[in-house]
Design a protein around this ligand. Structure first.
Ligand SMILES: [Zn+2]
Length: 65
């Protein structure tokens, strides 16, 4: 389920979290080589992704339940 990104924040472990329009949050960790998200460390690149879509796993689970 694609949801629009409303903003970003850091969680208690300083990992980046995307705040989605549905109210859910999704981690967007930069943790190479498993997860390559160098963009999340850069403020401009983060802001450029606000308004774009991200898959919301929680919404997907709710819909299939
Ligand atoms: Zn959701």
């Amino acid at each position: 389920m694609h949801r629009q990104i409303k903003g970003f924040r850091r969680d208690a472990e300083t990992d980046w979290v995307a705040e989605l329009e549905c109210g859910h949050n999704r981690h967007v960790r930069h943790d190479p080589p498993w997860q390559e998200r160098a963009w999340v460390e850069d403020r401009e690149q983060r802001e450029s992704r606000i308004g774009t879509d991200l898959d919301c796993v929680r919404c997907e689970r709710r819909d299939s339940a």
